[in-house]
Design a binder for this molecule. Structure first.
Ligand SMILES: NC(=O)c1ccc[n+]([C@@H]2O[C@H](COP(=O)([O-])OP(=O)(O)OC[C@H]3O[C@@H](n4cnc5c(N)ncnc54)[C@H](O)[C@@H]3O)[C@@H](O)[C@H]2O)c1
Length: 361
């Protein structure tokens, strides 16, 4: 490998002017990170790779990612293709000996993830998946407090990501098709579950239960192909006895609390909740608050920053990918974490279908 990591991007959309954190937008230009050489970009839509401003950043462009892997001189590939292509594209890159950073969800199912893991374990390429909020100072601080026992025993957590009414349903292509990785669990749920699970310091999941609904078919552009779950209510039980309760919805007849950054809007139509509850204290990660105090009153304090690097979580994530490759160590968003995450997500989907709890062995 030369000094700079030679990067290819599979799936590139005009307007992504930080290239998933591998570049920094400055004025009207986009400057790659010091360690990165932007070698090739690929998109099945010609107009996305030809004639766009992004095009000028790359040496070569392709419309077929397999051709890019074969012909371009690459060390690593960022896969930001639709979810149903993650498994095959990751395997193709790893088999070519390339390092892979793949968008979330890592795959469509746990079985697909097992196939990826098999190849990843015998490839010289590193595997990492995208989950940028792990790099937020609030999430890092929450996890450290759990590790240090500052919350006492964390016995319960809550994760929600809700969008009002049919907000995300209209014109949604593959996202509304279950078989192609559509569905709220694989889109919003993967973020919400991973954030709480990571902050809880990744306890071992042993059982999941969920109810899934397709409640907004009537708003779909093509109701005939709309098969995705758009709402899920579930619970994950951990070996320690702790539980994580979840609610995710692409659309729901609900609004969220007013966003302080948008005082002109009386309520939010897209909001997240991520909270941990311990015997000594609780955390509201989204608000960045620690809740504790003497038994008869409550104190609310900002979560301590503890010197974690701030800045774009995407850039921090890109730097972590580069660090893991350079030092030949396991990245924060590791293969084992992807396996555990996909096990929980597939279990929840199975539970929704069978209407029974699923034991995770
Ligand atoms: N981390 C996050 O916060 C975040 C946010 C949005 C999307 N995502 C994930 O990113 C992925 C892509 O989502 P999207 O909304 O950009 O999807 P999309 O349907 O817009 O596709 C992304 C790009 O891939 C291109 N593409 C499609 N098929 C291709 C092929 N066979 N070969 C080459 N290029 C192809 C499309 O033309 C498009 O430019 C999904 O897996 C999604 O879950 C993650």
């Amino acid at each position: 490998m030369t000094d700079k990591l030679k990067l290819g991007i599979a799936g590139i959309k005009p307007g992504d002017n930080t290239l998933h954190g591998f570049a920094i937008a400055k004025d009207d230009t986009c400057i790659p990170l010091d360690d990165i050489e932007l070698v090739a970009a690929c998109d099945v839509r010609e107009e996305n790779v030809r004639g766009t401003r992004e095009r000028s950043l790359f040496r070569d462009v392709y419309t077929d990612y397999r051709e890019m892997i074969e012909k371009a001189d690459l060390d690593a590939v960022l896969i930001r293709l639709p979810t149903f292509l993650h498994k095959q594209a990751t395997i193709d890159c790893l088999k070519a000996g390339l390092h892979v950073l793949c968008e979330k969800p890592p795959t469509c199912t746990y079985e697909e993830m097992l196939d990826v893991a098999k190849v990843a374990r015998s490839s010289p390429g590193k595997y990492m998946f995208v989950r940028q909020s792990r790099f937020l100072p609030s999430v890092q601080a929450a996890r450290r407090m759990v590790q240090e026992g500052k919350l006492g025993e964390v016995y319960c957590a809550e994760s929600r990501w809700i969008r009002s009414r049919g907000k995300q349903i209209l014109g949604n292509a593959w996202r509304s098709e279950k078989e192609r990785g559509g569905g709220v669990l694989l889109d919003l749920g993967v973020h919400g579950i991973d954030q709480a699970w990571f902050a809880m310091d990744k306890p071992k999941p042993v059982e999941v239960t969920a109810a899934t609904f397709t409640a907004f078919k009537q708003y779909a552009t093509d109701p005939n192909t709309y098969s995705a779950d758009d709402t899920v209510a579930g619970m994950i039980r951990f070996e320690s006895g702790a539980v994580l309760a979840c609610l995710f919805a692409f659309g729901m007849n609900a609004v969220g609390p007013q966003n302080p950054n948008q005082p002109d809007k009386p309520y939010a139509t897209d909001w997240q909740v991520s909270r941990l509850f311990g015997t000594e204290g609780g955390l509201d990660i989204q608000k960045g608050e620690l809740i504790h105090g003497p038994v008869d009153s409550v104190e609310v304090e900002p979560l301590p920053a503890n010197g974690y690097p701030s800045g774009s979580p995407m850039v921090l994530q890109a730097r972590e990918f580069i660090r893991a490759i350079r030092t030949d160590t396991t990245p924060l968003n590791s293969l084992d974490d992807a396996l555990a995450l996909m096990r929980m997500l597939s279990g929840l989907i199975q539970s929704g279908e069978t209407k029974r709890s699923v034991r995770l062995n």
